[in-house]
Design a protein around this ligand. Structure first.
Ligand code: G6P
Length: 610
């Protein structure tokens, strides 16, 4: 993880770097630092433990002024969060680097460099890279050549930005396995881990390819590919509104993003459905021919995106009648799998940069799957560029570490995909029209669910002093329960487990007592009666129930059972609508507990390391 930002300009870049770091804090926030080349030719560095605000305070006392600089916000991998492990790392007084990723062979390199007389002040893998480049620089006398020679010796994943005091007019950057974009300005150029970081200074971006190395100057950018050949990379404009990275009237990004859901769900459907049908072409020009041959779907994802995949499995098997497997990417990539012929490999990722998901995709390609489809929220991300077919979610930038709008828009995209796949596999026009009509109603229903906010805030008080909780669901609502539990543990630090309700009596019932709130999602579907029996089982053990239920479910508030009525929804779209109250519940519990809602401890938004 970690976020990096850099600038080469005529003007002072301290403010640009600091704002860039603030916008990258979602990638890690245990320390932050920057290094600039001062006009008199020295490198000045500032590093602080904690969030970017701590760095901002430090440089208010002692400014880091200069027109060329690099900066970093860290999520610790090698070495504890501390000032000496914070980036930028230096080799001597003249060379500074920032790094996102992991160098796997750092120990061997460290030993070699020590034998050559280099001393280390940190435990990081990054400092090894700083010394390695310095050693090459002594021989080559040129920063581009030195970085190229050094990265030839690295194994692992990295995005690097390098600053040298003796080369005043440029930065040298490179990427392999970690994201890096170049922000193109007028008379100034920038680099960052993502576009959001640079929106205050430019809306034009160049995406570096795997293995690219670039020299960033004021007047231009020169890119070399992994073989050292000069290449042109296209420049594109940023697509989302400029204000997307602001909290606006909301207290937290997470709350803002929860409330954006009616709009972004609408945006994800826009241009992709008529009154009664999914427009297959809108899923990609080759979608039709590709979907014709699919006999099996293999879904891969991590975290919240994995839960979206789990919901999709119910849809794909029910509506398209095609077998579907779902697996977390970190498991998939390290086991032997049996590849069914004509398998569509479907990766779901908000960021499109999750290391395990990308590695699984690359492995799958080598293993010969039929084709790769990506459901992703970030245009130009590695996942998008490496897939055959892409369905973009239109959630806009998601800043809160706990994913909300990305999840529901992923579900919408997955349902559109399922309907298109179903059409090639016997789904009737009538059924398709029925579900498309339900999709049209969805933004309004999601808005209705948001209107329950006040009641949910009230309910959340019951969780404040609890240490454990249980979430139950059946069928496609089981992954919704998993997602609800994930939200609660991520931001309120309350232990939350989710179970398929039918498994209750095979273990978790033993945990149920008055200290264990049990949250249940109960739409009015074919599994309702069975779910009601499970609720009785909990009640009989003194467990306090919090039930989000359809009015037609005929569940009433009574001692020990708190029922919150959810507007009536189509059973197929129910997982999307029922997600909202669970997001709001965890949000309010976290606010009551006073945790850091947008940046919960130990986590990061984009996990670009294994
Ligand atoms: C991290 C984030 C989660 C996210 C997961 C997968 O753990 O904190 O919110 O679901 O990564 O990320 P992706 O970008 O691939 O969806």
């Amino acid at each position: 993880m970690c976020g990096i930002v850099g600038a080469v300009s005529e003007r002072d870049v301290q403010g640009i770097l600091l704002e860039g770091l603030r916008r990258l804090e979602y990638r890690g926030y245990d320390s932050a630092g920057m290094a600039v080349r001062q006009d008199q030719g020295d490198i000045q560095r500032a590093r602080e433990v904690g969030k970017v605000a701590a760095l901002a305070e430090a440089i208010e006392q002692q400014p880091c002024n200069g027109s060329v600089g690099i900066a970093h916000t860290r999520w610790a991998t090698h070495g504890e969060p501390s000032q000496i492990n914070a980036h930028p790392h230096m080799s001597g007084e003249r060379l500074a680097i920032v790094h996102n990723g992991i160098i796997e062979n750092y120990q061997g390199l460290r030993d070699q460099l020590k034998a050559d007389g280099y001393t280390f002040s940190s435990q990081t893998d990054t400092e090894v890279v700083a010394h390695l480049i310095e050693r090459e620089y002594r021989q080559q006398g040129d920063l581009v050549a030195a970085v190229r020679a050094a990265i030839g010796q690295l194994r692992g994943a990295y995005a690097l930005a390098v600053l040298h005091a003796d080369e005043p007019d440029h930065l040298v950057v490179c990427r392999a396995g970690s994201p890096l974009v170049v922000g193109v300005g007028i008379g100034e150029n920038f680099i960052a881990s993502d576009q959001l970081a640079l929106l205050p200074v430019t809306d034009r971006f160049m995406f570096l390819e795997e293995g690219d190395l670039a020299e960033i100057r004021r007047d231009g950018v020169t890119v070399l590919d992994r073989d050292g050949a000069a290449v042109e990379r296209p420049v594109s404009r940023f697509e989302h509104g400029m204000d997307s990275a602001d909290k606006g009237e909301y207290r937290h990004f997470m709350l803002k993003e929860i409330h954006e859901q009616p709009r972004v769900i609408q945006a994800t459907m826009e241009g992709r459905i008529t009154d009664s049908r999914v427009l297959e072409q809108a899923l990609g020009t080759e979608a039709g021919s590709l979907l014709d041959d699919v006999r099996h779907v293999q879904i891969i994802a991590c975290g919240t995106s994995y839960h979206a995949g789990m919901v999709a499995r119910y849809w794909i098997e029910e509506l398209a009648g095609i077998p579907c497997s779902v697996e977390v990417a970190s498991e998939f990539r390290y086991r032997h799998h049996v590849i069914q012929p004509d398998t569509l490999f479907l990766c779901i990722s908000q960021s499109g940069e999750t290391a395990d998901t990308l590695a699984a995709l690359r492995q799958a390609k080598d293993a010969g799957f039929r084709a790769a489809l990506a459901i992703c929220n970030v245009p130009g991300s590695s996942l998008v560029r490496e897939s055959d077919l892409v369905i973009m979610t239109q959630a806009g930038p998601e800043i809160g570490v706990a994913s909300t709008k990305a999840f529901t828009t992923q579900l919408v995209a997955l349902l559109l995909f399922t309907l298109a796949l179903g059409r090639h596999n016997g789904l009737s026009e009538k059924r398709e029209a029925d579900i498309v009509a339900a999709l049209h109603r969805l933004p309004g229903q999601v808005a209705d669910a948001l209107a329950l906010d006040g009641k949910i805030a009230e309910l959340s008080k019951a969780f404040m002093d609890k240490n454990h909780s249980l979430f139950l669901g059946r069928g496609a609502m089981f992954p919704v329960a998993l997602e609800g539990a994930l939200k609660l543990k991520e931001i309120s630090y309350i232990h939350a487990e989710a179970y398929p309700a039918g498994e209750l009596k095979h273990g978790p019932l033993a945990l149920v007592d008055s200290e264990m709130p049990v949250v249940t999602v109960a739409p009015n579907d074919e599994l309702l009666e069975k779910l009601k029996s499970n609720l009785e089982e909990v009640r009989a053990r003194g467990g306090e129930l919090f039930v989000f239920a359809d009015g037609g479910a005929e569940l009433q508030d009574q001692p020990g059972i708190h029922v919150l009525q959810i507007p009536e929804v189509h059973p197929i779209t129910a997982p999307i609508v029922y997600t909202l109250p669970l997001q709001l519940l965890s949000y309010h519990v976290a606010v009551l507990k006073g945790t850091d809602v947008d940046q919960p401890r130990n986590l990061a938004k984009s996990v670009t390391v294994e």
